[in-house]
Design a protein around this ligand. Sequence first.
Ligand code: CDP
Ligand code: CDP
Length: 223
Amino acid sequence: MKQIQIAIDGPAAAGKSTIAKQTAELLGYTYVDTGAMYRAITYKALGLNIDLQDGTKLTELLKETSIELKPSPKGQLVFLDQVEVTEEIRSKEVTANVSVVAAHANLREEMVKRQIEMGKHGGVVMDGRDIGTHVLTNAELKIFMSASVEERANRRFLENQKRGIHTNLEELMHDIALRDKLDSEREASPLVKAKDAIFIDTTSLTIKEVSNKIMQLAQERMV
Ligand code: CDP
Ligand code: CDP
């Protein structure tokens, strides 16, 4: 069986990481959460009080920063300069600032270089915003998934509730819509569907339904 590359892109809470993780597990592939990498550098920059508008400074900082993604029975763990920051990078503050950091072209160039290296041997499922368009440009399977903003905000709301975090649905919807806008309208590799990506609207699909669909598409491409 061929060890293929699978690229999954789409806006926040479309279900990318849930599906990417499951698909990687089922196929015995490596899962790469590129959003976690942008979150990790944002977390470090916030801690150092660096001006998030300064792309040159942020890129210099990234170049001297180690970001590792390691699988564990609890899920993927994120290490920033050898320290685990899996939970910290999901904070409200990081979420509110990550799209500003991710908009810098020079910083993205360094991130993409690292991600191409991570995926070069195949047997990988990578999710993000520009995977099909700039990272795994020759991936055998490219998926662009989305869902209505109401459904996506509701999913995040339920997810937070499960983790014991109280959030406001209206506020979540506003934050998601704003991040979608920043990610889609930025000049450097905006969030767009690659021409050869398959579009999946997950609004009324269960996780299982989406996962089955992607496994079928992957298996067709592995022979
Ligand atoms: O999990 P969620 O969809 O909320 O976000 P994420 O995947 O953790 O990504 C966080 C942010 O990082 C996105 O809103 C983008 O601004 C940025 N990002 C990006 O620009 N390119 C990627 N390949 C992945 C994430
Ligand atoms: O990675 P991304 O931000 O695109 O989304 P996610 O973190 O995978 O999914 C957000 C939430 O939606 C999770 O709690 C999933 O369990 C849930 N979800 C869902 O209810 N139905 C789907 N078809 C996909 C995800």
